[in-house]
Design a binder for this molecule. Structure first.
Ligand code: NAP
Length: 241
């Protein structure tokens, strides 16, 4: 049985990926930070269906907490086969209003977490000469978003890391790819009002907002594929082409 560590699995896209991979009988370690109740609820509901999932609280913007989480996982299941760097935060704000603290929080949570998790998981993957790393980026890391400069920078950084690491790790049979979703219906977008959501739909060739399951399908394909690395795949309904 393959082992998956997914960060930010308590809600939204991460929750959907974690639940579906657990149903596919992967060993899943679902990381969460603040949403303990939600993480426990996911574990409980899966257990009622006879499916086990491990949950682990860690703030992935902190190296020490990531280290402990990966040790926990390695002790429980052996080396991690698949790492899904999904945890992230977003904030709408004019560039000139961003404080140093806000900038650092964004970069620590969205980008440095990918650095920490990947570095901690890699020795096991290199030892196995096998691994799959999937980073959840964003269309805004491709094209930039007004009033989301820090977020866009963090996601563009993930895309750069994905390409460079894919070159470095290919010889160790470790694939590294990014998924750069368009607008997906999760709590992250609760602050977007319905009129704007309608506008986004109208500007999207497929005429709809994405769902977490659309991203899960892409993850599943990337896990099973054996010849794709260093790619930024963007399920976005055609919003960005
Ligand atoms: P969401 O519903 O707000 O969920 C975010 C998840 O990240 C939560 O499980 C949260 O856990 C976790 N998280 C945040 N900070 C964390 C930290 N320091 N340590 C550990 N976990 C942390 O967001 P989502 O829409 O599912 O987004 C998931 C990923 O997709 C993010 O990277 C986001 O940037 C990306 N994305 C989303 C969209 C979209 O339109 N929704 C589009 C493109 C890309 P806790 O609540 O437990 O703290």
């Amino acid at each position: 049985m393959k082992t998956v560590l997914i960060t930010g699995g308590s809600r939204g896209i991460g929750k959907c990926i974690a639940e579906n991979l657990a149903k596919e009988r992967y060993n899943v370690i679902l990381n969460y930070n603040k949403s303990e109740k939600q993480a426990k609820q996911i574990q409980k509901e899966l257990k009622e269906k006879g499916i086990n999932i491990e949950i682990y609280k860690a703030d992935v913007s902190k190296r020490e907490q990531v280290k402990k989480m990966v040790n926990f996982s390695n002790n429980k299941f052996g080396n991690i086969d698949i790492l899904i760097n999904n945890a992230g935060i977003a904030k709408l704000e004019m560039f000139n209003d961003i404080t140093d603290e806000e900038w650092n929080e964004m970069l620590n949570t969205n980008l440095n977490s990918v650095f920490y998790c990947t570095q901690e998981v890699l020795p096991g993957m290199i030892h196995n000469k096998n691994g799959c790393i999937i980073n959840i980026s964003s269309i805004w890391g491709l094209v930039g978003a007004s009033c989301e400069v820090a977020y866009s920078v963090s996601k563009a950084g993930i895309n750069g890391m994905t390409k460079a690491l894919a070159k470095e790790l290919g010889p160790s049979n470790i694939r590294v790819n990014s998924i750069a979703p368009g607008v997906i219906d999760t709590e992250m977008n609760n602050n977007i009002d319905n009129a704007i959501k309608e506008e986004i739909k109208n500007e999207t060739p497929l005429g709809k907002i994405g769902r977490p399951i659309d991203i899960y399908r892409c993850v599943k394909w990337l896990i099973e594929d054996e010849f794709t690395t260093g790619q930024i795949i963007s399920p976005n309904g055609g919003y960005v082409i």
